[in-house]
Write a protein that binds this ligand. Structure first.
Ligand code: MTE
Length: 334
């Protein structure tokens, strides 16, 4: 369930050597007719007002959580907190890796309500801070593998997604689960226009099959490194699906809807030939523009100084999840 102790699955200190290649997914936006000037949006004139440089660098405030701490697996390097909170993908706060931390102060994660509804007997609205303040959250140390071929190992705190879904009592029509990020351009300025937010139609949406959502690995994180989530990491509540590429792990969620049909998902809408609904980590199925056979692990070294290590099938969680895809052609269902 947590990171396994098999050493072949773990990044070790020896694995970390320089790697200069950086695959920039934003190239996709060129294919949508948005030029290079658009991509560099944090420095565009009109954007300076939204993302002004004199704001504090790390706007997010975090506080310690009550958690059942996970045992630190032997030989596993956990990505340093400073890296995990300054090298982010959260396009609503900017498309460069450092933008979400710089612009974190725009997002006001407190108070926060999360609606669980759709094909369920008992829809409900969750007061997220009530849950955080009254619970002892479980800590899980998971690998995160971004489709851009970098990876981290992160200590999340939260609850299993299944626990929340079961509380709503899904009916027999509930075949998929649809997730939605907050839509509020004042708090997430990248939503203000197509060019500012990287050409994405907001709100950011994601989805899982119901059996994937109920798998014990699927997690709703409300903390990182034993503290509440920083805004740039998806405060106050986000999904973590460790066997899938990171874009499935949608941030700052306000809605979880049980539905009958497969829901639309953001990156699939943007480029269905590059990003599938399933997005299972798979070293044998390359992205059309780069190989997925290996990844750069972001550990102690510089972000661009990390060594390539082999990508693991289902990101190392095959024992727990391979049965979900039995009989499926994973090249077709990427
Ligand atoms: N959720 C929203 N709402 N917006 C985003 O841009 N980026 C995704 C995912 N969740 C994203 C999102 C991608 S591409 C990745 S790799 C992970 O968040 C990154 O999570 P991290 O910044 O906490 O490492």
């Amino acid at each position: 369930m947590l990171i396994k102790r098999r050493s072949s699955h773990h990044p070790t200190e020896q694995d970390v050597t320089p790697e200069a290649v950086y695959q920039d997914r934003r190239l996709i936006l060129k294919g949508l007719g948005l030029g290079a000037a658009t991509l560099a949006f944090p420095t565009q004139a009109g954007v300076r007002d939204l993302f002004s440089a004199d704001k504090p660098t790390l706007g997010a405030t975090t506080r310690p959580l009550n958690i059942h701490a996970a045992t630190r697996p032997e030989g596993v390097i956990i990505t340093p907190e400073e890296k995990a909170t300054t090298h982010n993908n959260f396009y609503e706060l900017g498309t460069d890796k450092g933008d979400p931390a710089r612009n974190a102060h725009y997002l006001k994660p407190e108070p926060w309500q999360l609606r669980v509804e759709g094909e369920v007997a008992k829809p409900f609205t969750l007061d997220v801070w009530d849950l955080i303040n009254k619970s002892t959250l479980e800590e899980r140390i998971y690998r995160l593998r971004c489709v851009e071929a970098w990876s981290m190992v992160l200590p999340w705190s939260g609850i299993s997604l299944a626990e929340l879904i079961r509380r709503a009592e899904p009916n027999s029509r509930a075949k998929f689960v649809a997730f939605e990020t907050l839509y509020d351009p004042e708090q997430l300025p990248g939503q203000a226009s197509r060019s500012l937010g990287g050409g994405i139609d907001y709100p950011y949406v994601e989805g899982l099959r119901i059996d994937e959502a109920l798998n014990p690995l699927s997690f709703l994180a409300m903390g990182l490194y034993g503290k509440t989530l920083p805004a740039q990491n998806g405060a106050p509540i986000r999904l973590v699906v460790p066997w899938k590429y990171g874009f499935k792990s949608i941030k700052s969620i306000v809605s979880i809807r049980l539905v009958e049909e497969r829901p639309p998902t953001t990156w699939n809408l943007l480029a269905s030939n590059e990003y599938g609904f399933y997005a299972n980590v798979n070293p044998q199925v390359d992205h059309p523009r780069w190989s997925q056979a290996s990844e750069r692990f972001i550990g102690e070294g510089g972000i661009f100084g990390a060594k390539r290590q082999p990508t693991l099938m289902f990101n190392g969680y095959a024992d727990e999840v391979a049965s979900l895809y039995q009989g499926m052609d994973l090249r077709k269902w990427y």
